[in-house]
Each structure stands twice: as C-alpha cells, then as structure tokens.
Design a binder for this molecule. Structure first.
Ligand code: SF4
Length: 250
C-alpha cells in the first residue's frame, strides 16, 4: 500500500522567501479558524482557486514518493509546516527529517496540544529548526470556549519545548470582542515567567463567516502590543505578506 502524508497543498511566497506546506485536519475546533473560509491558500489567483475548489483535499494527500519529488520544486530555503495541524500527521518526523537532509530551515506551526513521542525525539535532535506555538488565550475557560479544548497540554508542552532549548515563538490572535487587553497582559506575564526574551507575535483576527467578530483596528492592535511589551522584550504584530502565493501543489 502506498504510504501517504497528510500534506494536500503547497505554495511559495517568493518575495517573503518561504514555502508553506498545508497539512489536513486539526484536533482543535476554533470558532475563528481561517480554514472556515476555505482549505486553499487565499493568496492564490482567482483562476487558480477556482480550479482548486473542484478538488477534494483528502484525495490529493502527497505520497512519500511524491513528497520526495516536491522537495525539488520548493522555491525557498525556509519551509513552514502548517495548515491545519501538522502534528496530527504520523509522517511528520519523516517529513521533517527529509527537509533537514535537504538543508531546509523548517518552521513547525502548531497549536501545541498534542506532540507525539516520535516527534519529541525529532525535536530534541534539532531536526525542526523553529517551533511557533499558537496560544489562543491564557484563561482556561476562554481557551476552551475558543478551541473546544483545555489549555493544560499546550502550556506544559510550551514549557517543555523551552527547556529543550528549541527556537520558539508564541503567536496569539487578537480578537477585540473576545480577547481583552487584560487577557493579553496575562498571556504576556505567563510567557515572561518562562523567559521574557521569548518572542510573541500578535496577529489581528481576520473575520470568518461563522462569527460576528470584527478585525481589530491598527490602533487597537498597537495598544495591546504596547501592553505586552511591558513584560516581554520581543513583541511584534503581523505585517502583511509582500508577495502573492505561487502554487506548487496540487
Ligand atoms: S488550531 Fe489553528 S488550524 Fe486548528 S482549528 Fe484552531 S485556528 Fe484552525
């Protein structure tokens, strides 16, 4: 039987100098997930998206052989593993080690909830170059209400990764109607207690169809970033991509 990864989509961002591999599925069920807008990268041209929308992502998972060939078509030396939740793919250690052998700088984007034992082994060997953990909230009840899942695993995995000396970054999404300035403050204090030098990136929420939440103004985003900066040395907020996406697969 042909071995398959959970990768269903790959795009390049030439000016931003990275490629993005999309993994199918997620263990969380976030109300504000961008995937509610579609499974294909929305930075692609409308013609390309029209074609992709006729495909079923679960039927185009890359086989191991196909993935080995796709590596040659990636256009940048930095590769993000996202989607979707890459840690749900049992092939992830194999994928990471293939990228490592080909000298890519690999960034795993994860909700940090469930990192399986073989993956911990890969991480401790330095096969993943950087991990970005998305922390949706710091208050347990709010985290559960936003994601459907408890926060405990995420926080303990974040601490464990830090102890391993992995290059780490925390991402959070600022949703004005849901995440207060005090919540961002508590989150910054939690990270600062681990290490005040841990970078925090605050992304503005992008409105999706199944909520009435609004995208924050730049002023409000700056305001919460300033709050976080009282506790952390390195706080950023997302800047738009410079380039359109170029399709690599399918
Ligand atoms: S963790 Fe990320 S990919 Fe998964 S449901 Fe939440 S926002 Fe979507």
């Amino acid at each position: 039987m042909v071995k398959r990864t959970h990768i269903y989509h790959t795009v390049s961002f030439m000016e931003d100098k990275f490629d993005l591999l999309y993994f199918w599925g997620c263990n969380f069920d976030c109300r504000g997930c961008i995937r509610h807008c579609g499974h294909w990268d929305h930075n692609l041209s409308s013609d390309c998206l029209s074609r992709l929308k006729t495909l079923n992502p679960s039927q185009v998972f890359l086989s191991y052989d196909e993935f080995t060939k796709i590596i040659n078509n990636l256009r940048n030396s930095i590769v993000f593993l996202g989607g979707g939740e890459a840690t749900l793919d049992p092939s992830l250690p194999w994928i990471a080690s293939k990228l490592y052998q080909s000298n890519f700088y690999t960034v795993l984007q994860t909700n940090g909830y469930s990192i399986f034992p073989e993956m911990w082994t890969s991480i401790s060997k330095g096969i993943i170059s950087e991990i970005r953990i998305s922390l949706k909230a710091i208050s347990p009840a709010l985290h559960r209400s936003l994601t459907g899942y408890p926060i405990h695993n995420v926080l303990s995995n974040l601490k464990r990764l830090h102890k391993l000396g992995v290059r780490l970054k925390v991402h959070t999404t600022f949703i004005p109607d849901v995440i207060s300035t005090e919540e961002i403050q508590k989150l910054a204090i939690f990270i600062s207690d681990i290490n005040p030098n841990l970078p925090l990136r605050i992304d503005p929420y992008v409105a999706v169809p199944n909520t009435s939440w609004k995208t924050p103004s730049t002023e409000k985003l700056l305001e919460v970033a300033e709050t976080a900066k009282k506790y952390l040395v390195n706080v950023s907020y997302i800047e738009g991509l410079k380039s359109k996406a170029t399709l690599v697969y399918p």
